[in-house]
Design a protein around this ligand. Structure first.
Ligand SMILES: [Zn+2]
Ligand SMILES: [Zn+2]
Length: 365
């Protein structure tokens, strides 16, 4: 069938809209008509060649939509169902088998641009077009994905709110609720108040943590962080010594730090604000060449933990729980979203890159 795709033609080039050919769904596949898709910094990194993915390509990995067709072996959804696109996983490797599908060992599901057998799912002018980006490629009117990449979603959640649950929301909220798990009376410091950081703030606000501190450079984002549950904020531009500012607002040091900026400079500055025995969750996606130098003595004597977190260690059950929290009004993801029509993807990406929009979400049709 034909679909309309926003194609990244070459490194750094503006998006080009094309009519593309979508392959027929196989037995295990689902064809989703997209209704909304979020833009994440990982998409910008692909466009800019920072994260390697074969171009030209269709990116996008935060999608919501309606099932249009399902293969014969598909059991969990049927045509007409509203769905959220979620990170891909194989279902049989070690991490998948132990409830950690975000750590699935089959990285070709995320990065190869094709099905596992090498066949393309999209074609442009008769030539294969890289897709299946992070298992999805939601910057297209239709996404042909594996059944494990869709999750049936409740109809009463707006599609524009639902879409970012698949990456930005689960990444920030999962870092807090699935990985760091702050206990009663603990303190959580979130470095960076973008979509991931603010999702971490909202998640911390549904735990028994009593001090939640957001750090950013943009005053309006810090204000929003307060409205979403932060008990204190630090403007990194104004705080001379970030570690000292963190120690002050946490009453001695942070038990948990969620690092979303992917800046080694920010991380090093924040480390001196970590409490003894505290843990840093590393969430921000750095360039593959980025290296980190840390004071080893401080790490050891402070009994500090450094923990990488991938997609919030999310799972379908956890995503359902997050959507449930949202429906109760306890995870107001809609506060992060600004809606743009699909045709304005370049403007939306520019607003995301420039920090003017926290979570741009594109709508179709
Ligand atoms: Zn993402
Ligand atoms: Zn797997």
């Amino acid at each position: 069938m034909k679909a309309t795709a926003a194609v990244f033609p070459a490194t750094g080039a503006p998006v080009a809209f094309h009519e593309v050919e979508v392959a027929e769904p196989r037995d295990s596949e689902v064809l989703v008509r997209m209704t909304a898709t979020g833009i994440c910094h990982t998409d910008l990194s692909v466009r800019d060649g920072i994260i390697p993915f074969p171009l030209p390509a269709v990116a996008g990995h935060e999608g919501a939509g309606v099932v249009e067709a399902a293969g014969r072996a598909v059991r969990t959804v049927e045509p007409g169902d509203k769905v959220l696109l979620v990170p891909p996983s194989c279902g049989v490797c070690g991490p998948c088998g132990t409830g950690h599908p975000s750590l699935c060992e089959v990285s070709a599901l995320r990065w190869s641009g094709r099905r596992l057998d090498g066949t393309p799912v999209l074609a442009l002018d008769g030539a294969p077009l890289a897709a299946r980006f992070l298992g999805q490629s939601s910057f297209c009117s239709h996404a042909l994905v594996e059944e494990r990449t869709v999750l049936r979603a409740p109809r009463d959640v707006a599609d524009t709110t639902l879409a970012p649950f698949g990456c930005g929301v689960v990444t920030g909220a999962g870092a807090v609720l699935r990985v760091l798990r702050p206990g009663p009376g603990s303190s959580v410091v979130v470095l960076g108040a973008g979509a991931v950081g603010l999702s971490a703030v909202m998640a911390a606000a549904v735990t028994a943590a009593t001090r939640i501190v957001a750090v950013d450079l943009v005053p309006s984002r810090l204000e929003l962080a307060r409205e979403l549950g932060a008990t204190g904020t630090i403007n990194g531009r104004e705080a001379g010594d970030l570690g000292a500012a963190i120690r002050e607002l946490t009453g001695g040091g942070a038990d948990f730090v969620v690092e979303t900026t992917a800046s080694t400079q920010v991380l090093r500055a924040a480390l001196s604000g970590l409490a003894r025995g505290g843990t840093v969750g590393l969430v921000g996606a750095a360039a593959p060449t980025e290296q980190l130098a840390l004071p080893l003595v401080q790490l050891v004597s402070g009994a500090m933990g450094l923990r990488g977190v991938v997609m919030g260690d999310g799972s379908p059950a956890f995503l359902r729980a997050l959507i449930g929290l949202h429906r109760q009004g306890r995870l107001p993801v809609d506060r992060l979203v600004q809606v743009y029509p699909f045709e304005r993807i370049d403007a939306a990406m520019a607003d995301a890159a420039g920090g003017r929009t926290i979570k741009p979400v594109l709508t179709f049709g």
